[in-house]
Ligand binder design. Sequence first.
Ligand code: NAD
Ligand code: DAU
Length: 351
Amino acid sequence: MKHNKAILITGGAGFIGSHVVRLFVNKYSDYHIYNLDALTYAGNLENLQDIESSPNYSFLKADITNQEEINGLFDKYRFDGVIHLAAESHVDRSISDPLAFVKTNVIGTMILLNAFKDLWHNNFEGKRFYHISTDEVYGTLGETGLFTETTPYDPNSPYSASKASSDHFVRAYGETYKIPFVISNCSNNYGENQFPEKLIPLFINNIINNKPLPVYGDGNYTRDWLYVQDHAKAIDLVFHNGANKETYNIGGFNEWKNIDLVKLLCQEMDIKLNMPKGESERLISFVKDRPGHDLRYAIDASKINKELGWEPSVTFEQGLVKTINWYLNNKKWLESVTSGAYQSYYEKQYT
Ligand code: NAD
Ligand code: DAU
């Protein structure tokens, strides 16, 4: 079958990217989906085993910080659309190695923008650069209020500063070189295939292994959680129907204090593992806080809801149970990603 469009998805071997790649490969048989990923510690092609032999899918192992390599791929495949997810994504790692975040998130994004600009020059008809960003660019909320698309940027961690910077460059390339672009800023995702450095999969893995659950500070930090497949559906809508130069906030309408979320997770794990009630909760251990820890994130997702008709399809309780089931049914995946380098990361971060 002839493919009408060549779509580049960067970071497609990672957590969110793998769900986006799967959705696009299965839904759009007239597109050819190119998944470009450097396969860092966070990238894993096992995440995509079910679609790897699809005729409209190709994997390109490449590094977005290498301009020459990226230009070569743009020349060869002539991508009509880019959905850019590749990034260093973990706040704690950005605190110990901030420069790596500038390199991948800022310079890597610019290299993609340059390649896109140089490929299409001023002939951008039917083209689109979609940049996936985070609610963390807005900084922190107090006890009340929500982040809207017009909330001023106020990032507090090296991770969020690097994402904010990349958002600014995308917008600047749109104004200066007329690149058609769209940006979305999403809240905390959870679900299948998330690397166990992030709160939910880390704690599931630790409960399975009867290890302490390291809650930072007093645990009274709030995040707005969204099931990853609902984020992937929002990305599909924004890519196809979002207005040029617009930003869309994406969130779960689902705020949880960390400590309450951890207690709910513990209750569900007790049930799934046939353990006495309260067994997992006994593993909770309050540890030294994350420096610069943002108190609260919460998204006002009414724009994407009203303009594009998007809303989350599952409740948090449903999504959490799906997620726990997936990790319990995929212990080999968990074991393989937590061997080797993960052990030294964990030691350094938590002891
Ligand atoms: P992830 O860490 O799971 O995956 C990142 C992917 O990018 C990996 O496959 C990795 O190999 C790849 N990558 C890293 N550096 C690269 C490079 N130099 N060249 C090519 N590929 C490279 O991240 P995620 O959680 O799936 O996040 C994806 C995107 O969504 C990021 O841009 C992140 O900022 C954004 N985001 C994440 C969340 C969340 O809760 N996880 C929420 C909002 C926005
Ligand atoms: O808001 C969107 C962002 O959500 C994304 O842009 C990031 O890529 C993603 O990593 C996530 O950032 P957070 O820092 O909010 O996620 P994390 O899972 O690291 O932490 C969630 C909360 O749990 C946060 O308040 C810190 C706390 N925490 C985290 C870890 C890893 C703990 O208390 N203990 C832990 O061990």
